[in-house]
Structure formats: C-alpha cells, structure tokens
Design a protein around this ligand. Structure first.
Ligand SMILES: [Fe+2]
Length: 462
C-alpha cells in the first residue's frame, strides 16, 4: 500500500482528495499547512506528495523546492486552478511529477497518482539497470579476468564485438545493452571452477571437463539475486549451447537458444580464437574465417556468423594477434562523452533550423538531430541514446502527444519538451499529464526561447 501525503488548506478539498486516493487503495496522511507537511515528510514511508499550489505560508511551488531539498526522488503532484498557465510551466520546470487541474474528477487524480508512482518505479528500475548493472558487470568481469591472467581484456573486447553484431542485426537499444552486460559477465561462473582446472594447459580429463562445463550454471545461480538482470542471466546460462543441440548445459537447439546468447557465443569464439592462449598462438584471419564457416549452422546460428563474416570481409573486424579490433569501435571519444544529443521532431524546416541554432547557442557540446515525422523519430529513438527530445504537437503522420506517450512508456527518464501552437493550452496541459518536462509556444519567440528552455531542462536532469 502506498502512503501519500495530501496537502491543501481547504478542508473540503483535502478530505475529498484523501477519500479518492483511499478508494484507489492508497493510505493517506493529510496536512493543512506547509509546516505540517514538512513535519510529515520525516516519515519515510511516504512515497508521493499531492499538494495544492495556492496556500497560505509556503506556496505549493515553494513547498516543492523544500521537498526536493529533503527527498529529491519523492514524486510531487501539484493541484491548481484552471487557466494558471504560468503556474503550470513553473511547476514542471521546478520538477513536479504531475499536475491536476481543478475542478478534477476522481479519475484525473487517481490517474495522475498512478502515473507518477509508475514513473518513479520505472525510474528507479532504470537507474539500477543503467548505472548499477554496468558497474557491477565490469567489476565481476575484472574478477574473472584476474583469476586467469591470459583473459586480460577478453570480456571487454568480446562485449564490443557482441554489441556490434547485435546492432548489425537491428536489435533495439535495450536488448543491445543487455547483450553488452551478458557478454561482460558470460564467464562469471568460472569463479566457482577450481584453479587446477581453470589454469590447466593440457587436455582435460572427463572429470575436469565436467567441472569446467558447470560454469554457466554457477554463473546463472550467482546472478539469481539480482532481479534486474533476468535477460543477462539467460546469456550467462546459455552461451555454450550449440545450434545443433550438442552444447551445454541444457542442450537447447536452434531458436530455442536465446538470440542474445547465440550472439555472445559467436563473439566469444571469435575473440578467443584471435587471442593467444598458453597452449596455442592466436589464429589469423583465414583460420578464423574457415572456423566460422565450418561451425555455421552446426555450432552457431548462421545469421549471426554471417554478420561476423561480413564485418571481417569489409575490414571492420580485424585481428591484431592479441584479440579483436573493430575499426569503428564503441569507445566514445572524449568529445562524445561530453556531447549531448537532442532529438528535434518538427516538419517545419525553418522553425527547426532556428530552434537548432538557438539550442546550440544556449547549450555547450550539444548535437541537434532533426526528424520530420513520427516514423523517422521512432526509428531514431530506437537506435540512439538521447539527452532530450523536442516534439511538435502536430506532425505529418500523427499526433505529437501520441508520440510523447509512446516515448515516455519506452524511456520514462527521457525529458520531452513539447512544442505547441499559440492558444493550445489544452495541448500543453495534456502534454504535462503525459509526462512532458516543459513546453514552448512555437509562434512566440520560439527560436530564441527554446535554447534556454532546453538548457534549463538538461540542467535539471543532470
Ligand atoms: Fe564460457
């Protein structure tokens, strides 16, 4: 049950809001003044705040800042009278997580609360997946490599290759990122294999081979407590399965093997062949190509092998005697690390040009990419990582609000700035409801203003 703090100086409204929220299954705590509210905030069971904007003492906007200072990730929904357009903009700029316009229906309030709670949950999940998981994966990969000196850099290099193959196959960004983690962690179970087996130079006895072959199972079990790594666990468990069903540990065959594991399996083999081992020199290009061709459709998925062969053929995947090299690698240059990419979706070329110039003037190290319709913007959202998106409300192939909803569902943490026509207050309000970070009225100083708004939003999220 979620405990929600409801703040309104009018008793009737306060009671009404509490009743609506309790009917939706939440527990409520009511506060009449901002002082009372701040005292209640000491209770860390409170997961969301619903506050009136206009109150004696601190206004809702000031209270929002106090809440942000005390509990930065606590979602706040502000309630305001209709027509207070300036309030709306300020509320969102200062980081409100939702707005409810008076008079409101039960559904308005319940939906705003449900959406804010869901966004908070997804943001937390996102943070864990995007920040914690890569850090953990890199640390564990280092631990595996530290036990076996000749694997130095192997996991990192094969992760770069696996990511490249996944992108060539057109996999979505989320799947590619999981493949990166799975590739880094694929051999984590070797932590549980005894040294005398792991470091052995000669041929394995049957018993030693059996010990070695349980490493995917150990890895899978090791990662079990990490609930944010389910797809990654499948890669760890199945990276030694074979397309013909003769692999281990589950003897899966063909498409029953998760595609991510099939990709990591090929990348692992190519990277291992291209690096020296205690018992053999690195294999050269022609040997690797013939090994790949020999195992195509028996050991490995033919479609994945074909991508690897294509990269070798085009000279993009090379072998330097100590592991694979990709010519257009993943490692960002220092400039890339600072650079933020902004997606601008607007079919009006003139307006887009002015907006891009304004953003480039206001924000350092920014790259503005222009899409003219929802179709191409959706494609760009799939294939790249964005710091912010600006979306016109009317686009040739659909409604900007619909696109906004789809974007927020897919990437809840991506700030979206809505571009609206003059007088389209309803659109701006709806945009806020669907999670927009701010709006800019196009016909009113659109070019000059938009850069500043983008800068403010980017500063607020970083
Ligand atoms: Fe392995």
């Amino acid at each position: 049950m979620s405990r929600i703090l409801v703040i309104d100086d009018e008793q009737v409204i306060r009671r009404l809001m509490c009743e609506i929220l309790e009917r939706a299954g939440h527990e409520t705590v009511a506060a009449e003044t901002s002082d009372e509210a701040l005292a209640e905030l000491e209770d860390d069971r409170i997961v969301l705040v619903v506050s009136d904007i206009v109150m004696p003492g601190l206004t809702g906007l000031e209270l929002l800042e106090e809440v942000r200072a005390r509990r930065p990730s606590l979602p706040v929904i502000l309630v305001t009278g209709a027509g207070t357009y300036e309030n709306l903009s300020q509320a969102v700029t200062r980081g409100a997580d939702g707005l409810v316009i008076k008079p409101f229906s039960h559904a308005d309030l319940q939906n705003a609360v449900a959406a804010a709670l869901e966004r908070a949950r997804r943001t937390e999940h996102d943070v864990r997946e995007r920040l914690l998981a890569p850090t953990l994966a890199a640390a564990l990969a280092n631990a595996i490599e530290a036990r076996d000196g000749e694997l130095q850099g192997h996991c990192e290099r094969l992760a770069v290759l696996a990511v490249r193959i996944a992108r060539e196959l057109g996999l979505p960004h989320v799947a590619v990122e999981r493949i990166r983690l799975g590739a880094l962690l694929h051999d984590v179970g070797k932590i549980g294999v005894p040294d005398h087996v792991l470091r052995k130079n000669g041929t394995f006895t049957d018993e030693e081979r059996a010990l070695m072959q349980i490493h995917p199972l150990i890895g899978d079990r090791l990662l079990e407590p990490l609930d944010f790594l389910p797809d990654v666990r499948a890669i760890v468990r199945h990276h030694h399965e074979r397309w013909d069903g003769a692999g281990y540990p589950d003897r899966l065959a063909g498409e029953a093997i998760p595609r991510a594991a099939r990709i990591v399996s090929v990348a692992d083999a190519v990277e291992a062949m291209s690096a020296p081992r205690r018992y053999r020199a690195p294999l050269g290009r022609s040997m690797i190509v013939s090994e790949l061709r020999a195992g195509r459709g028996t050991q490995w998925d033919a479609a994945v092998v074909d991508v690897a062969l294509g990269l070798i053929e085009r000279g993009e995947l090379r072998f330097a005697g100590d592991g694979v090299r990709l010519s257009t690698g993943d490692a960002p240059t220092p400039t890339d690390e600072r650079e933020q990419s902004v997606l601008l979706v607007d079919n009006d070329d003139d307006a887009a040009e002015k907006a891009a110039a304004s953003i480039e003037r206001a924000v350092e190290h920014v790259r503005v990419v222009h899409a003219k319709d929802i179709r191409s913007a959706t494609e760009l959202c799939r294939s790249s990582r964005w710091a912010l998106a600006l979306v016109d409300d009317t686009l040739p192939d659909g409604d900007g609000l619909e696109f906004l909803r789809a974007v927020k569902e897919r990437t809840p943490s991506l700030p979206v700035l809505m571009l609206t026509s003059e007088g389209a207050e309803a659109t701006a309000i709806e945009a806020f409801r669907r999670g927009a970070a701010d709006y800019v009225v196009k016909s009113n100083g659109y070019g000059a203003e938009v850069g500043e708004r983008v800068r403010a939003v980017l500063e607020a999220v970083t």
